[in-house]
Write a protein that binds this ligand. Structure first.
Ligand code: URA
Length: 292
């Protein structure tokens, strides 16, 4: 078997795991169950295969619940846990895939998203699913909340008025929009643009995590409280989270106000601008010169 065949075989195996819901694998084994008190000491993690979770002793907390079939929890031995944000190995420690493999995996993922029927309310109301857009390995990835009216119609995130403001905010921070990867917590528009429900975010979480694993951004900017709540598992208001040095699986994270909120509350724009300036400095980049 040639090396390419071998890579293809490995790729197929890994994707079969992914299809069955496994988000990540440690280097030496299967899915992991980590004792509640062991998050700061990964060595205490106990490698187990996903199916073994039903036999997990009660003192163990399943920290990566959503990639797995929830029916595993149905017998009631293990309660379905709340979202825990920063779970999984550092992104940059995942095996490096060739670009062609990443591009193919992204296309497969986008197809899987387009076929998703997990949230009946959202499926009923959507024109189409809205996947992310942008280059692989960008310096910056924006994570918003969910598609709105315009995004649902056009199939692209952040293309309405909030998207126009986002594009201007990016430019003012030294980024062209097409240099940045842009996605949302949800891939379907919620009815009346309401915030995502916890179960919807849970259903969509493995799509987001797989996207971030494939995209491998150097920095993540979370826009609004839904993004911080459902990616990081943090319940605080943005006003409390902004300015903090946040991380997701080894990637530095900035939290700031959502552009839609800034359109409604323009007095907060200067705070968002300060957040983006701090982000650019934390990224080791130069702020663009002011025009005029
Ligand atoms: N708001 C979001 O959070 N995402 C979009 O794509 C558009 C508006």
């Amino acid at each position: 078997m040639s090396n390419i065949d071998l890579i293809e075989q490995m790729d197929l195996h890994l994707r079969a795991w992914q299809d069955s819901g496994v988000e990540w694998l440690p280097r030496a084994g299967g899915a992991m169950i980590i004792p509640e008190n062991a998050r700061a000491q990964p060595a205490a993690a106990v490698p187990l295969f996903a199916k073994a979770m039903v036999q997990a002793p009660p003192q163990l907390t399943v920290v990566s619940p959503y990639p797995f079939d929830p029916s595993l929890f149905a017998a009631g031995q293990i309660p379905l846990p709340a979202v825990r944000g920063d779970v999984g190995p550092p992104l940059l420690e995942l095996p490096v895939l060739e670009d062609y493999q990443r591009e193919r995996a992204m296309k497969d993922l986008a197809y899987k998203v387009s076929q998703c029927k997990k949230c009946p309310d959202l499926v009923r109301g959507r024109t189409q699913t809205v996947f992310g857009i942008g280059p692989l390995s960008p310096k910056l990835c924006i994570v918003g909340e969910a598609p709105g009216f315009n995004e649902d119609k056009q199939g692209e995130p952040f293309v309405g008025p909030a998207g126009e403001l986002l594009t201007r905010m990016l430019l003012a921070s030294g980024f062209k929009r097409d240099e940045v990867y842009i996605c949302n917590i949800l891939r379907c528009r919620p009815p009346e643009n309401r915030p995502p429900l916890p179960e919807e975010a849970a259903n969509c979480r493995s799509f987001l995590v797989q996207t971030l694993e494939l995209v491998r951004p150097s920095h993540i900017c979370l826009m609004g409280a839904s993004a911080t709540k459902y990616l990081l598992g943090r319940d605080e208001f943005i006003g409390q989270l902004r300015g903090q040095e946040l991380w997701w699986r080894g990637i530095p994270v900035t939290a700031t106000y959502h552009p839609s909120y800034l359109l409604r509350s323009p007095a907060k724009k200067h705070e968002a601008w300060a957040d983006l300036q701090a982000m650019v400095i934390r990224m080791g980049q130069l702020l663009p010169e002011k025009n005029g």
